[in-house]
Design a protein around this ligand. Sequence first.
Ligand SMILES: NC(=O)c1ccc[n+]([C@@H]2O[C@H](COP(=O)([O-])OP(=O)(O)OC[C@H]3O[C@@H](n4cnc5c(N)ncnc54)[C@H](O)[C@@H]3O)[C@@H](O)[C@H]2O)c1
Length: 246
Amino acid sequence: MYNQTDLQDKIALVTGAGQGIGLACAKKLAEHGATVIAADINAEGVNHISKELSDLGLAVEPMFVDVIDPTSVSNLACQIIEKYKKIDILVNNAGIVSRYSCEELPLEQWDRVLDTNLRGTHLMIQAFIETMRKQGSGKIVNISSLAGRMAGRRTSPDYAASKAGVMALTKSYANHYSSHKINVNCVAPGLIVTPMTEGRHKPEDVPLGRLGTAQDIANAVYFLSSPLSDYITGTTIDVNGGMYMN
Ligand SMILES: NC(=O)c1ccc[n+]([C@@H]2O[C@H](COP(=O)([O-])OP(=O)(O)OC[C@H]3O[C@@H](n4cnc5c(N)ncnc54)[C@H](O)[C@@H]3O)[C@@H](O)[C@H]2O)c1
């Protein structure tokens, strides 16, 4: 049952919240009553969207983070824990895409993509997991990709590997922290229209006949952040219009 206040009193953090899927997730969680920290490397973008969401009456606070940088991640965690004393929901959405063939992929690009998408997710979880462990509760939702499932010919190998890694990382943390009532799950989006992908995808590639929206992903992230998913951990929800069926 839809309940606009079901996340009231929850403190949620969404990375990469300045645009696209992260922005939709931040808005969705705030609409359900959570206080949302919208964190992004693009400080100007995240300040702007936070002001827009606050003007709608939603509790959204912008903060800077570069998920590649352990010092930046640790500064973010200190700021949040000092101010709010807890963290209930962590959505690891910040990510970058890559467009190289196996033959042409430069090593620096491999490092940049793996460091942002996979190591960044790990650093973020590490920074908050101890607080969740002490609380005896927490919801972590990682954003993977259809590319991590299929690694198709049009997918850059660094991107596919990073996103497959996010699914494995999800299971690993879920196994380690289930006894502390911390749920760690994953959402694997398919072809979603965002600034990252604008103009690249075709609806005819999708069995359900349309491209996905950021809202489609935010709906799954909300489910995994809410008490509705209390008995689910270590899993990946595929949100792809039928392009991959597990
Ligand atoms: N759009 C799609 O079709 C699609 C499909 C599968 C998976 N995904 C995944 O969903 C997530 C969001 O994708 P999107 O399409 O909204 O992308 P986007 O490029 O529109 O937004 C990504 C956001 O992450 C931020 N970001 C990038 N590097 C960062 C860093 N080092 N630290 C902090 N923030 C950083 C950017 O500033 C931006 O605001 C990504 O992890 C992406 O891989 C997207």
